[in-house]
Design a protein around this ligand. Structure first.
Ligand code: C5P
Length: 302
């Protein structure tokens, strides 16, 4: 194995559930889902330096809510990959947290997926996504979709991925009232029956058509999340009132909500109108639902 001379790095972009239907429940209590996921330029960053026993340090504006405990998903991902590869886990990882913790945009899942990608390279394994995916699924239902960080249709409990409609480039505003929501609590609070999977076209020509199409779907966890955290309703109302907002909806199990806009520039301007006390981000995704990084967010990758 060649030892890199500069630290290796990976970005861990936020996952946005453009719709989320709960279609059933498994015997083990996990819920069956139908969801269309896309990725935003808002992201955590993970860096690696070789040498020494496996260690994790946390930094960045959202690091305060997390502790580098042994059950941190990044460390669990590293140990799982090392075990699967039959080698000792090694190296110093630094996780720069920008995404709020427990907020419905898959921050922890994205971090775990980034750790698998990063250590796959750093340890010289050269495994493809197909070989990493089963490990990802063991770390959490949302981790497989984060491996590729591009739009995908999620089925099963989230781990069964299929092709998404061809997504147009779009603007996106993300807003979170700074109240963490535990995913199991939101699933538990959900009332009512199950939904059918959404009927989606093969493609949408532009963001407005996508917003009209998505308006026929929903997020089946929204009402439960509002019950536990009424501020989610305020965030949705504030997003809907922004100039140019085409659709506002909660992502995942909340409390982060997103607004869809025609352009990333329009979304970035609109985000500035939201209360400064909230976590807020404006940008977008590229055609294909991949993260669109602004110059400031452009990850350093070797
Ligand atoms: O897989 P992950 O650790 O992200 O899930 C966290 C919790 O969310 C699970 O323990 C379960 O309570 C709930 N969940 C669910 N159905 C899913 C995904 C998560 O009930 N499809």
């Amino acid at each position: 194995m060649t030892v890199p001379e500069t630290p290796l790095a990976e970005t861990a972009p936020a996952k946005i559930n453009l719709h989320l239907h709960v279609t059933g429940r498994r015997a083990d209590g996990y819920h069956l889902l139908d969801s269309l996921a896309a990725f935003a330029g808002a992201a955590d960053a993970l860096r690696y330096q070789p040498g020494g026993p496996l260690a994790l340090a946390l930094e960045g504006p959202e690091a305060g809510a997390l502790e580098a405990e042994p059950d941190n998903l990044v460390l669990r991902a590293a140990r799982l990959l090392a075990e699967a590869a039959g080698r000792a886990p090694e190296g110093r990882l630094v996780l720069e947290k920008h995404l709020p913790v427990a907020s419905g945009i898959g921050g922890g899942s994205a971090d775990a997926a980034a750790a698998l990608r990063l250590l796959n390279r750093a340890w010289g394994l050269g495994w493809g996504t197909a070989r990493l995916a089963p490990l990802a699924a063991r770390l959490g239902a949302d981790v497989p979709v984060c491996l590729d960080s591009r739009a995908a249709r999620m089925g099963g409990v989230g781990e069964l991925l299929s092709a998404a409609p061809a997504l147009p480039a779009a603007g996106l505003v993300l807003a979170n009232p700074r109240i963490p929501l535990a995913t199991p609590a939101v699933f538990k609070a959900r009332r009512g029956g199950f939904s059918a999977a959404a009927a989606l076209p093969d493609s949408w020509p532009d963001a407005a058509a996508m917003a009209r199409g998505l308006a026929a779907c929903g997020n089946d966890l929204e009402a439960a999340a509002i019950g536990l955290c009424p501020a989610v309703a305020e965030v949705l109302a504030a997003l809907r009132a922004l100039p140019g907002c085409l659709l506002a909806r909660m992502s995942g199990s909340g409390a982060t909500c997103f607004g869809l806009f025609a352009t990333p520039a329009g979304a970035a301007r609109a985000a500035g109108h939201l209360p400064a006390a909230w976590w807020r981000w404006g940008g977008g995704f590229t055609a294909g639902g991949q993260p669109l990084y602004s110059a400031a967010e452009q990850p350093e990758r070797q």
